[in-house]
Design a protein around this ligand. Structure first.
Ligand code: NAI
Length: 333
């Protein structure tokens, strides 16, 4: 019997967490033989909601759940955790500028970074989901210097899954017939969904997505903008942001990190840049990654052309600006 792992979910009273807790507790991410102790963090006014959530977790009778800790204390939340899912963030309120949102959120991530540094295991694997996800992850990592840089990541797997789904629906194949799409850069509308190296299996034959789709104008136009703006389209229709699909993407991201990617396949993860593809070192940038034995490596040597280079530049520029604003906001306290 394995020892339980401690998994903290921040923003545990929110809508993503509501979908996420079920998938994690049922063994979909860490395996059906891995016991789990859940740490659920939210702000003080949400403690009542969390107590109801615990009732529901108990009522699910998950055999893998050994204990549930609910708290509004960062110390309690992050002590000895093996996995940290940073879902909680301040939502955008009406009339709020992007910059105000960034300022409010990077302060949360500074405080949580300091707590992570003090209380978490040094082996903790981290995914930041709360927006602006890349820049929140940058701040978190900055204030948790004793945790290895490769343990930090942010979620761009939802964008990755959206890109796969768009191609699959265009070609009328199952999404798992599509592989090696890449999301480059920021989890925002400047992201670059790239299928130049992607492959699709149609009627048992694997071909390049560009060859199978036979419509370069769509692949370089509407496909890219649909994926870039998908989050906003969901909000417009649902009046709430993506939650079920976000939770599913968090699970895909962590499952692959935990168990590894398939041979000759890659996935997209926001990671601390090592300078690959000319991106500023230290930025949290989404890359194609392959994973083995719990460690990722950025896929090297993918072909670049002027069109792709230009899109990568754009998203990098936005991330540099966000980073500068975030550093200013956190150092002026
Ligand atoms: P939500 O508003 O339903 O839940 C957020 C929860 O975080 C609330 O319960 C709130 O009380 C809590 N929270 C706020 N400040 C906190 C703090 N300092 N510590 C702990 N908890 C805190 O939001 P939802 O829909 O669950 O989304 C969460 C975040 O994920 C948002 O920032 C959203 O923009 C982002 N998101 C990111 C995606 C990605 O692909 N990276 C996709 C979808 C959403």
């Amino acid at each position: 019997v394995k020892d339980p792992i401690r998994v903290v979910i921040t923003g545990a009273a929110g809508q993503i967490a509501y979908s996420l807790i079920h998938q994690i507790s049922s063994g979909d991410v860490f395996g059906k033989d891995q016991p789990i102790i859940l740490h659920l963090l939210d702000i003080t006014p949400m403690m009542g909601v969390l107590s109801g959530l615990v009732m529901e977790i108990n009522d699910c009778s998950f055999p893998l759940i050994k204990d549930v800790v609910t708290t509004d204390s960062e110390q309690t939340a992050f002590t000895d955790v093996d996995v940290a899912l940073f879902v909680g963030a301040m939502p955008r309120k009406e009339g709020m500028e992007r910059k105000d949102l960034l300022t409010a959120n990077v302060k949360i991530f500074k405080s949580q970074g300091l707590a992570l540094e003090k209380f978490a295991k040094k082996t903790v694997k981290i995914i930041v989901v709360g927006n602006p996800a890349n820049t929140n992850c940058f701040i978190l990592a900055h204030y948790a210097q004793s945790i290895p840089r490769e343990n930090f990541s942010c979620l761009t797997r939802l964008d990755h899954n959206r890109a796969k789904a768009q191609i699959a629906s265009r070609l009328k194949v199952s999404p798992d017939a599509v592989k090696n799409v890449t999301i480059w850069g920021n989890h925002s509308s400047t992201q670059f969904p790239d299928v130049r190296s992607a492959k699709v299996t149609v009627n048992g034959v694997e071909t390049a997505v560009f060859e199978a789709v036979k419509d370069d104008a769509w692949l370089k136009g509407d496909f890219v903008s649909t994926v870039q703006k998908r989050g906003a389209a969901v909000i417009a229709a649902r009046k709430l942001s993506s939650a079920m699909s976000a939770a599913k993407a968090i699970c895909d991201h962590m499952r692959d990190w935990w168990n590894g990617t398939k041979d000759n396949e890659w996935v997209s993860m926001g990671v601390i840049s090592d300078g690959s593809y000319g991106v500023e070192k230290g930025l949290v940038f989404s890359y194609p990654v392959q994973i083995k034995n719990g460690s990722y490596s950025v896929v090297q040597g993918l072909a670049m052309d002027d069109w792709a280079q230009d899109l990568i530049e754009k998203t990098q520029k936005e991330l540099v600006e966000e980073k500068n604003d975030a550093v200013k906001a956190t150092s002026s306290e």
